[in-house]
Design a protein around this ligand. Structure first.
Ligand code: 0T9
Length: 407
């Protein structure tokens, strides 16, 4: 591979061989230094809200149909960050830091000075399982009545030179309204293919279909890459139709096509609501979404201990020395510090086993079923997950810095 530093070619090809003969938890494999990222997976849920304005706009939609389109626009606008931002900032997809059990990440997005009414959005993330790695999160804009909760895990396999990642988990978006009951959407996650491994410059392509279900509508988003129906990378086609039993709205259908890292537009629209979601360009072009038109706003990390500091399990404090080593090319320090964290974890697990106790999660509880999932998954007959659901515990101690940010 040309992107692989000469001194690491051998370790890259043996790393590729070990992934090829392995399936399961890739995070535990040792990779050569050039492919390491200094960012922990607990920071990834922040990608859901790097356009806090588009997220907040969901609360302002006047009706179910318009809200379904607002949710779709927000979902599409997150994809570029979720799946291509490491290529932009570090030249290729990289192997993230593998969070420890109980790792925490808190953050917020304050409203812009020009629009204080947008409200503050807060982020709370907890690593709820180490083996397999599972990350749970809550993103909330209290003043707009919006809350996104979810959890993520991955099942990986290797096929025709690519890593195939099946995302386990889902997200639920709750839109609270002042005078009627809340509306909920179930969001499923696309399948990933990691290509470019041979050349040492991995990148993600999305495949198959993901759904946004609820609020009276069903949105199916189909993903294709190079060589499929448009021949272009990062292509999608989203179809928004009324959920079964919607009566009068039965004829509504919106179809949006384009690329999720650039532009998309309505190719079919039979309902009246689409107009409010069209971006009119100076050259007369009518778009649904244009990534270049959005200013992305990265999350500001907050220390959760209430004094502005971070406790030892908060991501940026826990990994500080490892991340610094990776950023500065001092891989000896990075790997020594990483071993220190891992040994500490092993010792904690041994102590717990000896004491007959388990690590207490701070914000979530594993449950075997989730009524919201059961109700909404039926709309397209999703295969029921066999993994636990992680339910956010409202009534547990709140995080002082997040409460402060919300006031
Ligand atoms: C949820 C996202 C997820 C996490 C990452 C597969 C992956 C871990 C999971 C799915 C986010 O919402 C979106 C984006 C990127 C996904 C990561 C990309 C990636 O490569 C890693 C896996 C575990 C690896 O590190 C594979 C080895 C590596 C050498 C390839 C670059």
């Amino acid at each position: 591979g040309e992107a692989v530093p000469a001194a690491q070619r051998g370790s890259w090809s043996s790393f590729l061989k070990s992934i090829a003969s392995f399936s399961g938890d890739l995070s535990s494999l040792t990779a050569p230094p050039f492919i390491l990222s200094p960012v922990s997976l607990t920071e990834f849920p922040a990608y859901w809200c790097e356009h806090p304005d588009i997220f907040a706009a969901i609360a302002d939609a006047p009706d179910d149909e318009s809200r379904a389109l607002a949710v779709l626009k927000w979902f599409i606008c997150t994809l570029k960050g979720q799946y291509t931002s490491r290529n932009e900032s570090m030249g290729s997809e990289k192997k993230p830091l593998n969070p420890v059990l109980g790792e925490l990440f808190y953050g917020h997005w304050p409203p812009p000075a020009s629009n204080p009414k947008q409200g503050t959005t807060t982020l709370l993330v907890e690593q709820v399982s180490h083996h397999p790695p599972i990350t749970a999160y809550v993103i909330e804009n209290k003043s707009k009545g919006l809350r996104l909760t979810g959890h993520n895990a991955q099942k990986t396999s290797f096929s025709a030179g690519s890593i195939i990642v099946k995302q386990i988990g889902h997200a639920v978006l709750t839109v609270s309204r002042p005078s009627s009951s809340p509306v909920q959407y179930l969001l499923t996650l696309p399948k990933l293919r990691i290509d470019g491994l041979w050349y040492g410059s991995p990148y993600i392509e999305l495949a198959e279909t993901s759904y946004i279900l609820g609020g009276g509508f069903v949105t199916a988003i189909e993903y294709k890459g190079k060589g499929y129906f448009s021949g272009k990378s990062h292509t999608f086609k989203a179809t928004v139709t009324p959920a079964p039993g919607m009566g009068g709205a039965a004829k509504v259908e919106h179809v949006v096509e384009g690329t999720w890292h650039e532009r998309s537009k309505f190719v079919k629209s039979s309902g009246g609501s689409a107009k409010a979601h069209v971006l009119q360009r100076a050259n007369g072009e009518e778009l649904f979404h244009d990534v270049a038109a959005d200013g992305k706003l990265e999350v500001t990390a907050l220390g959760g201990d209430g004094t502005g500091g971070m406790s030892e399990f908060e991501t940026r404090k826990l990994w500080a020395a490892v991340a610094k080593g990776i950023r500065e090319g001092d891989f000896e320090t990075a790997s020594r510090e990483k071993s220190r964290i891992e040994n500490d974890q092993r010792q904690r697990r041994r102590d717990e086993a000896a004491a007959g106790s388990t690590w207490p999660l701070k914000h979530f509880v594993p449950e075997e079923s989730d009524p919201v999932y059961e109700r909404l998954a039926r709309l397209v007959k999703l295969t029921p997950p066999t993994e636990d659901f992680y339910v956010f515990q409202e009534n547990w101690p709140a995080v002082p810095v997040l409460q402060q940010a919300q006031n």
